[in-house]
Design a binder for this molecule. Structure first.
Ligand code: ZN
Ligand code: ZN
Length: 561
């Protein structure tokens, strides 16, 4: 078991050293996880526990009842553990497990998304994962897939029976996703053929395809009765469960509005300074958004050639590494290099660039920076993407995804041996760190120029605007036209990006606030600690990341003592 060492660990009164383990807590956590994998084999598989691959569960009322009593039972056991006997890391693990169980209970009893979101019932991800992960030779994987494919008719019957009062938007999403499910079944047929198992699969696959089509036919005749907006009554508790912030959703929204004003004022000053050199003798517009927008538009023409996109990202990683080292911002682990690669075909179609890290049960696997090349785009689409990820923003993207953003954070998190934090990590802490990392790099002088400051402003404004948008749409009833105006005219995004964001905010809630919420709490924590004597930026970063993917609220409580 590895131990983390901290230069400046707060002198809190602890019964045990910070990372020692109390004798009973570790085994309790292990028993909980094993019971969870029994209850939810799909979650087990997603976490890398492939021995659960052949086990099937169905989205039935009985399964939800089992989940409910599982959560209540384990909640009681974890609440009964006295905090005083635990190390700092264990106390956080306990809080995270309790938070997860309460959240699950709230989802089952109050949110009830399984009843109004038909896209919740989608078996494709688990099938795809088993088919395309090399955890065992193909014949063994196909053997695990057989009962899953055979169960699909029952799966969709249970899904159909779960639905009551759906939304139009989520119903359309489920219908749109059906061809993707059929495509995975086609892949299974192809691979079964290669492995000489076609006969065993044929009737099962035919019944499975019919079940997918039957679900779609059922969805087409459903009458949506529920609006896609979550509403204030569900939004606040969902925010509390998912984000785990010290602030309410309302306060976070108000803080984002305030930050938006600060960022726009700074961008306006940068744009005014750049105007004569970038735009020439034309008089600058008096409207703030027009002034900033025109300068950004002109500067965006500076970008890499389409075919150099992936290579350029690959070339920037060592430069970021060197900057972080030379400016003493954070320690890095040279034994865990980041492999930049083109996104594998079967994973394409979602994010353009993302970090793919092995789960806590697969520490031997590599961490990849997946970048989707622009090959499949039309010339116009490619140009639009390249202008978006222009000379400056491409660097900020790499800071966010890789160094010192997601990848660096992950390397630090993996040093603390907590499965709980790796499995149920706090999304706002993870995204907030990446957003904080962008600001911290700019503050350190990285790429110092008015152009970089302006472009970082645009990028940062995106996180801030995500929070404003999500709350405005789900709680304040913002219209589509106002949302698109907020994104395009007032946040300098392309029409295409804004339309995608509008779709995302209709289909998800709260997740879009995680970036700014996490960032604002990390930044506030740093500013508070900075005021103390002997503050070191590097020590702050190391200590903060050493706690793993815990909610910022809990980390802050420890670091502030
Ligand atoms: Zn161009
Ligand atoms: Zn991110």
């Amino acid at each position: 078991m590895k131990r983390r060492q901290f230069a400046a660990l707060a002198a809190a009164p602890l019964a045990l050293p910070a990372w020692a383990t109390s004798p009973a807590f570790g085994p309790l956590t292990e028993r909980f996880l094993e019971a969870l994998w029994q209850l939810d084999p799909d979650a087990a598989v997603a976490a890398g526990r492939f021995e659960f691959a052949g086990r099937v569960t169905l989205p039935t009322a009985a399964q939800r009842e089992r989940a409910r009593s599982f959560c209540s039972d384990w909640l009681r056991r974890f609440e009964a553990v006295p905090e005083a006997q635990l190390s700092v890391s264990e106390r956080m693990d306990r809080a995270i497990v309790i938070g997860k169980l309460r959240s699950d209970l709230w989802r089952l009893g109050e949110l009830r998304e399984w009843s109004w979101n038909p896209a919740e019932h989608n078996p494709a991800a688990a099938l795809d994962l088993l088919l395309n992960t090399d955890y065992a030779p193909l014949p063994a994987r196909l053997k695990a897939l057989q009962p899953r494919v055979a169960a699909l008719p029952a799966y969709y019957r249970a899904a159909q029976a779960s639905l009551a009062g759906v939304t139009r938007e989520h119903t359309e999403l489920a219908i749109q996703q059906a061809p993707g499910v059929l495509a995975v079944l086609d892949d299974i047929a192809k691979r079964a053929d290669e492995a000489g198992q076609a006969a065993a699969f044929k009737p099962r696959l035919a019944a499975a395809r019919a079940a997918v089509n039957g679900y779609v036919a059922h969805l087409r005749q459903l009458k949506p009765t529920r609006g896609f907006r979550l509403g204030a009554a569900l939004y606040e508790p969902k925010f509390r469960h998912d984000i785990q912030s010290a602030r309410s959703a309302r306060d976070t929204y108000e803080l984002a509005q305030q930050r938006r004003e600060e960022v726009l004022a700074s961008m306006q000053a940068q744009a005014a300074q750049l105007w004569p050199t970038v735009m020439g003798s034309e008089p600058p517009p008096s409207d703030r958004f027009a002034l900033i927008g025109r300068v950004i538009d002109k500067l965006s023409a500076r970008h890499v050639a389409r075919e150099r996109f992936v290579d350029e990202i690959r070339a920037q990683i060592p430069q970021l590494e060197a900057w972080v080292r030379d400016h003493d911002l954070l320690s890095q682990d040279v034994s865990k290099p980041l492999a930049v690669r083109e996104t594998p075909e079967y994973q394409r179609g979602v994010a353009g660039a993302s970090i793919e890290a092995p789960g806590p049960y697969r520490p031997q696997d590599k961490t990849y920076y997946n970048v989707t090349p622009l090959d499949d785009l039309t010339p116009e689409e490619a140009e639009s993407s390249l202008r978006e990820y222009n000379h400056w923003i491409l660097q900020i993207l790499n800071i966010h995804e890789a160094i010192p953003g997601h990848y660096t954070q992950l390397v630090h998190a993996n040093r603390s041996p907590s499965k709980v934090k790796a499995l149920f990590g706090n999304g706002a802490m993870v995204e907030g760190w990446a957003v904080y990392g962008e600001r911290m790099m700019i503050e350190s002088g990285y790429g110092a120029s008015p152009e970089m400051t302006l472009m970082w402003g645009k990028w940062h404004l995106r996180s801030v605007t995500n929070t404003v948008l999500d709350y405005s749409v789900h709680v304040l009833g913002m219209s589509e036209a106002d949302a698109l105006d907020l994104l395009v005219r007032q946040a300098f995004q392309t029409e295409r990006e804004a339309k995608e964001k509008w779709r995302r905010v209709q289909l998800t809630s709260v997740q879009l606030t995680s970036y700014f919420s996490g960032y604002s709490e990390i930044f506030a924590l740093r500013e508070q600690l900075k005021a103390r004597p002997g503050f070191s930026l590097k020590a702050f970063h190391e200590q903060f990341l050493g706690y793993g993917n815990a909610p910022v609220r809990l980390i802050a409580a420890e670091m502030l003592g």
